[in-house]
Structure formats: C-alpha cells, structure tokens
Design a protein around this ligand. Structure first.
Ligand code: ADP
Ligand code: ZN
Ligand code: ZN
Length: 833
C-alpha cells in the first residue's frame, strides 16, 4: 500500500463540565474525514467518565503540556451548531464569566446532551405537594428543581451518605424520580405505524372480490378496508400510506382485526417518521390588519431608525397595539428570506400570542417553549438548523420563545424582537451562565447583521438611557388602540381606612365599592398582591418567637391549603405548632397576607365573585396556567387574584377594576432598582384595566400615599421618574452609569465563609479600578443550609471590563487554591438584577 505522509488532526472540544477552556483530543485516522466543528464527539474525560462534547476547532498542533487522548467517535453526520453560535457562546462565557461547558449546557436542548453517568431527574408524574416526602427525599427534589438532573455522586453529597441506591429505589417506586440510561442518544424521532394496500389488489377485479369475501366472513375487516379507501380515494391507490391509528379509529376495530388483514397480505405495514410539532396554516392575510395612523407612523420611524441604528426601542403604552406593529415588521423580514426571533417573557408565551401569530404566518411560526418535551425541542432545533439549506425555507422562519430561544442555530437572522423588554425573567439566575437575554440578543444580532426591536410600556431604565443618549432609536406610541383611555388611578390611604374602620380585612371601602360596581355591570376584576401563601409570618404574642426555616435565614409562610408553614427559598415545610416552643403560650398570631388569603377573604366578602388565583402554587402542573387564563378570558371566572403573574402582557376585554393591595412592600425593598421595579409592576398591572369597551380604574392601597414614587404612578409619568432616578443613580454610581459584578460565597460553616470573603475582598482591593462594597450578608444570609457573604464590585461603564473580569477570575482561583477554601462555592453574577 502506498505510504503517503499522513497528517494528524487534533480537535478542541467543549466538555460539559464546569472547567475553564476547551480540551484537545487526537482524531483517529479512521475518523479524519468525519471531523468537523459543530459536531458532537464522544470523549473520555477524567479517569472513567465519557461525555458528549462539542468540537469547536480542528488543527494540527500537538498540545505542549499533555499527551492528548483519542477521541472516541462522532454522534452527528452534520454539524448541529454553526460557527456563529460558537462565537456567541464564547461571548456569553467571557462576558458573564462562565465556563464553556456551562454555556453549552444552557444552549443545547437536553435531548442533545448525554454523558456516561447514571442520572436521576424528576419524574414527569411528580406533582409537588401531593406526596409527603421524607427529609432526604425533600432535599433531592429540591436540588432537582434547581438543576434538572443529578448524578449518583451528587445525590450522595446532598444527603451526606454513600449508599443512596435504596433511597433512590423508593423514590422511583413513589414515582418521584426516574433514572436515565447511560450514554444513550436521548432524541428519538417520532414514528407512526402506517399501512399500504398491497399493489396486486388494485389490478382487475381483485379488490372487488376481496370485498365480497370479507362482507360474508369478516365484516370488521371490510370496514377497515373501507376506511382506507375513504382516506385514499377509490379506485384504490395502493402506494398511499395511512396511519394504522386512523384505520382502527375509523372502523372502531381492534389491532387483532387489523393484523388479520396484514396476514392475508391485504395491507403492507410499515412505519414512518412524523413531526411532533403539528401543522398550522395561515388563515388570514396580514393585509387585513390596518394599522392606525399612529401605529403606521411608529412602524415607519422604526424602519428609518434601522437604516442607521441596530437597536430601536418602541415605548408604547399598554394596549397601543405593539403586537400589530411587530407583525408587520416581521412580515417585511420574512419577505427578504430572513429569520426572525421574537422573544417573550416565559409566562407571556401563552396560546393567545401563539395563535395570533399563526393566524397570519401559519407554519412559518415555530415555538420554542421551555415546557416542551425534550424531543419537541430537538425538532425545533433541527428545523431552524435546516433553514440554512436553500430548499427548506418555509417552516419555522419565525421563532417565538423565552430567553433560551436565543441559542437556536440561526443562520440568517434579520430581526430580533424583545417584547416586554423590561421583564426581569430575561435574566437567568441559576445556573451559570447568568445572562441577560435582552443584552445578549443585541450582541447576537450584531454578530448576525440583524436588527433589534425592544418593546415595552415601561422600558428598563438601561434601555431608555441608551435611547435617550442616541445609542438606540426611540419610537413612542402614546395612545391606546381604538381611542381607549388610560385607566383612572385612585390612591387609597389604608391608615385612614383602618382608623375610620371602613376597610374590611385587607380591602379598602373604595376598592370594595368598585368591585361591587364591576360585579353589577358583569365586568371583571384583577387583584395584585406580590406575595403568595396565606399569612407571611406567625408570631408568638408573648415572647415574639417567629417560626423560621431550618435551612434558610427566613421566616416561614403559612399556607392554609395544606395547613403548613413553608419556606419559599428551599421548599421546607413543617406543621403549624399548637403552642410556642419557646414560652408555651398558645397565642400565636398571623401577620401579613398573601394571595391565598386575598382569595379566601374576598370570597367571603363578595360571595358573588367567581375567583381564580394565579401564583406559583396554583400553576405547578403543566396546563394549569393556561387553564386559569382561559377561564378568566372566557368569563367562567370573573376575579383573578395573583402575584406578578397577573401583570404580564395578558390581554382581556372586560377588566374594569385593578386593585393593587399593598404597594408598600415593593417600594421599600432595599435595592437601587426598587422604584423602577415598583413603577413597572404598578403600570403593567394597571394596563390590564379597561381595554376594549370603557375606561378602567385602578385602586392602589398604601400606607404611604405621600411617598415620592406615587405621584409618578398617578400621572403615568415614566419619564419623570426616569430622570429623577438617573440623577440618583449617577450620584451613587449605579447602572447605567456604572457596571456591577456581584460575587457570592457559600459555605456550610459561617466562619469559613466569613474569612474567605474577607480574604477575597482583600485581594480584589489590590485593583484600584473597582469600587468595592462588602463583604456583607445579603438580605437572606443563609439558604439551603449554606451561609452567604457577598462582595459587590462597581466600575464605570466606560472602563473596559475584560481585564477586570480576568483579574477577578485570577483572585477566585487563588482563593480556592488554598486547602481551607476548596469547598467554598463561589457564584459570580455580572450585571445582577
Ligand atoms: P400592546 O401589546 O401594545 O399592549 P396589543 O398589540 O395587545 O397592545 O393590542 C391591544 C388590542 O388592540 C389587541 O386586542 C389588538 O388586537 C387590538 N389592536 C391593536 N391594533 C390594532 C389594529 N391596527 N387593528 C385591529 N386591532 C388592533
Ligand atoms: Zn412564645
Ligand atoms: Zn428554607
């Protein structure tokens, strides 16, 4: 055999573990023709573990410091990640200070990830609060609510002992968890069984003869055949497959009866691949939507801004018809053959909006919902990936999704819309990368040569700042669609109402009168209280003892539904004590109120109301959220009580009254964004009032009616509050003038975390470009049995952040290289929210 000089290739691979950098593997000669960046590769990492990594680079340089292992094989025939995405991942990793493996884990749908460890995940049948859990079971379900899967080793470290298999076995039996198999491709194409008529049957009189025969002896079988012919047409076209399901259902027949037909060679059975995503057809032409002149002007202005600017902010009051503008804009990009990404806060991604888009764009709309099954997500991924092929440009050209939809493999993005751009759910908190999807969208767009439209009735101050100083285009829509008036806002002094004894429970007389009127007029009510549960705190009247969480530094919230005290940070639950464990008094009093209590007491005071509650507790099961919204939309319920969930982009016709039950706890939250956030919440929930038919009314209950923020809310004066807050932010070095990086240290031992935080802060202070706050305890200083200390770093927006981040990383590595601090967990949050 001819001995040509053979080249050796190396592949740099991202491995799905939280370690810096990529790892170099040697490509076996036999696999050389397969190696390509963007393909998943099976690699060995560490002594025993095998993972699916991702090839990011191919080269011929032998690594200097170690002998590379051979790569084991490839999982993909074609790359599943494109070069642009890899650049985007790199930016995310660098900017948000997270490892490549973490970014990859966030980006890929779970069914494309695999590794060699046995993992446990929550069972799809498991519904929290329905089963009594032991302490250990509880800890494991808690961990799984934060991180979708756990290895056996992780389980051991959570419960603190080695032999965890018996525990896991019971949990599997109780249908709390399921075990995933080892190194196995998780994505499976969905197939269905189909049947085709045997070709000879369409010749001559064969079919007629067969039918005669069956009519005499096997009437059910004849019926199956008839259903087939109904589906495919008569005379029979033999090569047309019909799903077996359709045949059986149509003929009300059994599998055995069908089998008899295949044995007689009447049907040839086979299987085919089907999509899980469904078919949709556009049923209306977008031409039929006529923009108002204000909307048309806004659309023109957006397009003019896009000539020069990459980002434009659409500041349009609630119900001004922003969605109509988005749709017209989307259409113009689709015509140019561009892909469009339409980001929404998770919770606003309801059938309402999906259907609105599908009405006009049909199958061009794809949805990437986080509640989708893992396999459905892979199908969406593949559709977006296929878009790069010229011949596949019809489906999924517009993607509607929450923040994770940023990571789909777009190849030709023209536009990203970030709707409700102020929404805090665009920020990922856990796990790393702690990215802000709105900001990341702007970076992705600039890498793709695409434009970004940010839309909100209450823009984030960061975005508004950029629009004010000309970095972004700014377009305003100040009127509601259809001449609808903005709601009338009334401020109610709860101190007065209580003094005069006109309030009933937590409801002012003003609010109750308005609710009564709405009931009379057959209109609806939304009540907002930003805490869930029944009472926020139990307290002993004798000695002031308050029940606290065993694992966290917070007091427990009373939930009446199952008569338990619960921790909202870790989920720990315990029975309500009959007496104070400290002084044995039985005088335990409840303080504060959450949505559960609002629901109950409102029902007692206004029995005519049909009340639904919308909060984390009522929406745990898969379709609950949708169901509650639909019931309210259709009028089956006429009062909606809820947490922030009721503030988000819902479009109802008959809401007359919106009540904000306690504005005080939002305003007094100790955070520099408290006013911005309170204004957004109040304005957004107010925006639900009085849509199509008449002016709505908002009642805000507060103990501090003279609070400075109230006048801005009353006048719907967004700009006034913005400029007032900007001067504060400037004075105290806060965003958008400064950038913030927050470092949190966690450890079981309070002393260890204290000294470590002190040492880290000392190292960080060597760099004088930072302004450093702390170390200090955050508001909740212990969560899930870990003590927390935090350090806040601030630096001017104009300072280049890359060297500073590198410095921070070096300090963290230095700290953790010391034996005593090895077990400290460190979280870094860039631009915390
Ligand atoms: P926003 O997103 O600004 O709160 P929406 O886009 O939801 O507002 O519009 C509010 C309501 O007004 C929706 O029911 C929408 O269908 C309707 N609407 C807005 N603009 C138009 C238009 N040009 N033609 C018909 N209906 C419109
Ligand atoms: Zn007591
Ligand atoms: Zn707790």
């Amino acid at each position: 055999m001819e001995q040509t000089e053979r080249k050796t290739f190396f592949a740099d691979v991202i491995v799905p573990v939280p370690v810096p950098g990529t790892f170099t593997y040697r490509v076996p000669h036999a696999l050389q023709h397969q190696v390509e960046a963007g393909k998943r590769a099976i690699v060995q990492f560490g002594k025993k573990k095998v993972y699916a990594g991702l090839v990011v680079k191919i080269h011929e340089e032998l690594p200097r410091n170690h002998e590379p292992k051979y790569l084991i094989g490839f999982l993909d025939e074609k790359p599943i990640v494109n070069p642009l995405q890899l650049r985007f991942w790199e930016w995310i990793g660098q900017y948000y200070m997270s490892f490549p493996g973490e970014v990859m884990a966030a980006a890929l749908p779970s069914a494309l990830k695999l590794n060699s460890e046995s993992n446990i995940t929550l069972s799809p049948d498991y519904i929290p609060d329905q089963i009594n859990l032991t302490d250990n079971e509880f800890l494991i379900t808690e961990a799984l609510s934060i991180q979708p899967k756990l290895s056996i080793a992780e389980v051991s470290s959570i419960v603190g002992f080695q032999k965890v298999m018996p525990l896991l076995k019971t949990m599997i039996e109780k249908k709390i968890i399921v075990m995933e198999e080892e190194l196995q491709e998780k994505f499976r194409e969905k197939t269905e069984r189909v049947a085709m008529l045997h070709p000879t049957l369409s010749e001559g009189d064969n079919l007629r003869e067969l039918m005669d025969q069956l009519a005499r002896r096997a009437f059910k079988q004849l019926e199956i055949l008839m259903v087939y012919l109904r589906e495919t047409g008569f005379p029979a076209k033999p090569a047309t497959p019909v799903p077996v399901n359709v045949l059986l259902e149509g003929a009300q027949a059994t599998a055995t009866q069908f089998k008899a037909l295949t044995e007689k060679q009447v049907f040839l059975p086979s299987t085919r691949v089907v999509s899980r995503l469904g078919e949709y057809h556009a049923i209306k032409d977008l031409q039929s939507v006529i923009l108002t002149s204000a909307q048309q002007t806004a659309l023109d202005e957006i397009q003019q801004h896009f000539v020069e600017k990459d980002v434009t902010l659409l500041h349009g009051v609630t119900s001004s018809g922003k969605t109509e503008i988005y749709m017209k804009l989307i259409a113009s990009y689709l015509e140019q053959g561009k892909q469009v990404l339409y980001l929404l806060p998770e919770i606003a991604l309801t059938t309402q909006i999906i259907e609105r888009l599908r009405t006009y764009f049909g199958n061009k709309v794809g949805v990437y919902h986080s509640r989708y099954h893992a396999n459905e997500k892979v199908e969406v991924w593949n559709k977006v990936l296929d878009y790069a092929q010229q011949d596949n440009r019809n489906e999924h050209q517009v993607i509607l999704g929450p923040r994770s939809a940023l990571f789909l493999p777009y190849s030709n993005l023209g536009l990203i819309i970030v709707d409700e751009e102020h929404d805090y759910s665009y920020k990922q908190h856990e796990p790393s990368p702690r990215y802000q999807a709105r900001d990341a969208a702007i970076v992705l767009a600039s890498m793709s040569g695409a434009k970004v439209l940010l839309g909100s009735a209450t823009p984030s101050f960061e975005s508004y700042f950029n629009a004010q100083n000309g970095k972004y285009g700014l377009v305003k829509l100040t009127e509601r669609y259809g001449g609808q008036l903005m709601p009338d806002i009334a401020l109610v002094n709860m101190r007065e109402e209580k003094r005069r004894k006109t309030a009933k429970s937590h409801f002012s007389s003003v609010l109750l009168n308005d609710i009564a009127e709405a009931v009379k007029a057959k209109e609806q009510v939304i009540l907002f209280q930003n805490r869930r549960g029944f009472s926020l705190r139990l307290e002993c009247e004798q000695c002031n003892w308050v029940p606290e969480c065993r694992h966290c530094d917070v007091s427990l919230v009373y939930h009446k539904k199952n008569n338990m005290l619960r921790c909202h940070y870790c989920g720990y639950a315990t029975a309500v004590p009959a007496q104070c464990p400290s002084c044995h008094s039985t005088a335990l009093k409840m303080h504060g109120f959450g949505t559960e209590k609002v629901e109950e007491e409102l029902g007692l005071i206004v029995p005519e109301l049909k009340i639904a509650r919308l909060d984390l507790d009522t929406t745990r099961s898969k379709h609950a959220f949708q169901q509650i919204i639909e019931n309210f939309g259709s009028g089956r319920t006429n009062a909606l009580v809820g947490t922030q969930m009721v503030t988000k982009g819902l479009d109802f016709d008959k809401v007359r009254i919106v009540g904000i039950l306690n504005a005080d706890n939002m305003i007094s939250y100790p955070d520099f964004r408290a006013f911005e956030r309170s204004f957004q919440l109040m304005a957004q929930v107010s925006g639900r009032a009085g849509r199509k038919h008449r002016q709505g009314k908002v009642v805000i209950q507060t103990h501090q009616p003279g609070h400075p923020i109230m006048k801005y809310v009353l006048n719907n004066d967004f700009e006034g509050l913005f400029f007032q807050q900007m001067s504060e932010r400037k004075k105290f070095n806060y965003p958008p003038y400064y950038r913030i990086i927050q470092i949190q240290l966690f450890h079981r031992d309070n002393h260890t975390v204290n000294v470590a935080a002190y040492d880290l802060a000392k190292m960080l202070r060597e760099n004088t470009q930072f302004e450093i706050l702390g170390p200090e305890y955050p508001i909740v200083s212990r969560i899930k049995s870990l003590y927390i200390k935090q350090i806040i770093l601030k630096f001017p927006r104009s300072t280049s952040s890359i060297p500073l981040k590198e410095f921070i990383s070096r300090c963290v590595v230095r700290l953790q290289s010391s034996e005593q601090y090895k077990s400290i967990k460190i979280q870094i949050d860039v631009d915390p929210q």
